[in-house]
Design a binder for this molecule. Structure first.
Ligand SMILES: [Ca+2]
Ligand SMILES: [Ca+2]
Length: 278
């Protein structure tokens, strides 16, 4: 399974006392969409493979020594990642998969159990009790929705859909306390707070164009990637303040366990970049 070994200096990034150099950029990935660092330090990366081609998607894993291996295979177009307990969950086109510790996986929340047809499942976030929220970006212009999969892969309900005019192509999701989600729309570039009880949306900020990933730092800053323009922003006073640009397609960003290193999958470049947040 080992496809290549990269001598990443990841370990140094875990040392809070050192002036650690950033981990080296990971290259040679196949359309990476999302990354996640588990509590044990391992990094998981979803790779779409060829877009729209089924069966060629995979999850790669970088261990604490910086060795990258293929962890799970046979997916369609895997995107957002979430971890609940020791299980990894991935939004895979029109289904959600639950991946076991050994890389085997099963469909979580059968497709037939969805109350409407999932089109472009994109991001995933778990709440404290184990419910999963999943964005569906629809046509990437409209028709999107946000689903809730009850804890344990139970009932799937629609939290919000296009009956709400703010819901066009929901992409990045992030918990916002126990009663709300933050959601960025890929079409409008607007960041909303979504009430988990009612699905009602409240605009928080705009200017994120092809909004993709959402991260909250330990200091409470909200960081947002813009896939269409290859930029990463911080939300400041309701608007987008540029942090970094020059990516080909900055997809679903994630924070490392150190609380300050941002992982940026550059989908079209096939890379995972690391930047230090101030
Ligand atoms: Ca694919
Ligand atoms: Ca995404």
């Amino acid at each position: 399974m080992k496809k290549t070994v990269l001598l990443l200096t990841l370990l140094s990034a875990f040392n809070a006392y050192a002036k650690a150099p950033l981990p080296a950029k990971v290259t040679g990935l196949k359309m990476p969409e999302s990354a996640l660092q588990a509590k044990d330090g391992s990094i998981y990366i979803s790779e779409i493979g060829e877009f729209g081609k089924d069966g060629d998607g995979q999850i790669s894993k970088i261990d604490k020594k910086g060795t990258i291996t293929v962890f799970a295979t046979g997916m369609d177009d895997p995107k957002g990642l979430a971890m609940i307990g020791d299980k990894l969950y991935v939004a895979d086109k029109n289904r959600v998969l639950e991946i076991n510790k050994d890389g085997t996986w099963q469909v979580y929340g059968a497709q037939m159990a969805f109350p409407s047809t999932p089109v472009f499942l994109n991001d995933l976030v778990g709440d404290k009790v184990g419910n999963l929220y999943v964005s569906d970006s629809g046509t990437l212009k409209d028709g999107g929705q946000i689903y809730k999969i009850a804890k344990g892969g139970g009932t799937i309900t629609i939290l919000a859909d296009s009956k709400n005019p703010d819901i066009l192509a929901p992409n990045g999701l992030l918990m916002d306390g126990g009663n709300n989600l933050l959601e960025v729309d890929f079409e409008s570039g607007i960041l909303y707070r979504v009430n988990l009880a009612t699905g009602a949306t409240t605009k928080q900020a705009d200017g994120f164009t092809g909004g993709d990933g959402l991260v909250r730092t330990k200091a409470g800053k909200i960081i947002i990637s813009d896939w269409k323009n290859g930029k990463v922003y911080e939300m400041v006073k309701g608007h987008a303040k540029l942090i970094k640009e020059g990516y080909k397609a900055s997809a679903d960003i994630a924070l490392m366990q150190d609380g300050k290193t941002l992982m940026v999958p550059d989908m079209k470049a096939g890379e995972l970049d690391f930047i230090t947040l101030k």
